[in-house]
Design a protein around this ligand. Structure first.
Ligand code: XMP
Ligand code: MG
Length: 183
């Protein structure tokens, strides 16, 4: 979806399509270097990480595998609760594998810290995190993240996989919603 088509629903664009492309390519180069000679499994967290995964994985030069998990984080509206349910588990047995979790956004960190402890219990050879966006001011749980696309202000954002009520995931840039959309 072209951003101008729904520009009226955004108050401002925080990160442009071009910035996203450049940053994903930079992170892919880092990941290529860090995992050189090792088999890597990318684990995408549905639904938000679909765009990140598509761009990051195609920017990589290394041969990788991909798998997906779907989790629901209970909470009302735009607030995370940290109570997490697995809606779709991995198809892969990750024991002994090098795993890189690919996330859309880390807000409080509650969802991710649950996911990490869950995945660690399956004994992967290594487990690291990549996220497209992170809100440092919102963080409640310390989670070690190896690759961060962009640190952003503590505001609700949409686009590039991120939704409001299911909409705006196919927006090519990331921005903040205009109040008339949710009020
Ligand atoms: P926590 O707080 O557990 O939240 O780190 C992680 C999940 O909450 C969703 N989330 C957002 N979704 N715009 C969105 O569209 C946002 O600004 C936002 N902040 C958090 C998201 O699903 C993420 O995985
Ligand atoms: Mg998510």
């Amino acid at each position: 979806m072209d951003d101008t088509q729904i520009a009226g629903d955004l108050t401002r664009v925080l990160i442009s399509k071009e910035q996203l492309e450049t940053r994903m390519a930079e992170l892919a180069a880092e990941i290529d270097r860090d995992y050189e000679g090792r088999d890597l499994l990318l684990v995408g967290v549905l639904n938000g990480a679909v765009m990140v995964m598509a761009d990051l994985s195609r920017a990589l030069r290394s041969r990788v595998r991909m798998d997906w998990m779907a989790i629901s984080s209970y909470g009302s509206g735009t607030q995370s609760s940290g109570v997490v349910r697995i809606l779709k588990d991995l198809n892969t047995d990750i024991s002994g594998m090098h795993v890189l979790v690919v996330e859309d956004i880390i807000d409080t960190g509650l969802t991710l810290s649950y996911l990490i402890s869950n995945l660690k219990s399956r004994n992967p050879a290594s487990l690291k995190i990549m996220t497209a966006f992170r809100k440092p001011e919102a963080q409640q749980m310390a989670v070690e993240v190896s690759y961060v696309g962009f640190d952003i202000p503590n505001e609700f954002v949409v686009g590039y996989g991120l939704d409001y009520d299911g909409h705006y995931r196919n927006l090519t840039s990331v921005g903040t919603l205009a109040p008339h959309v949710y009020s």
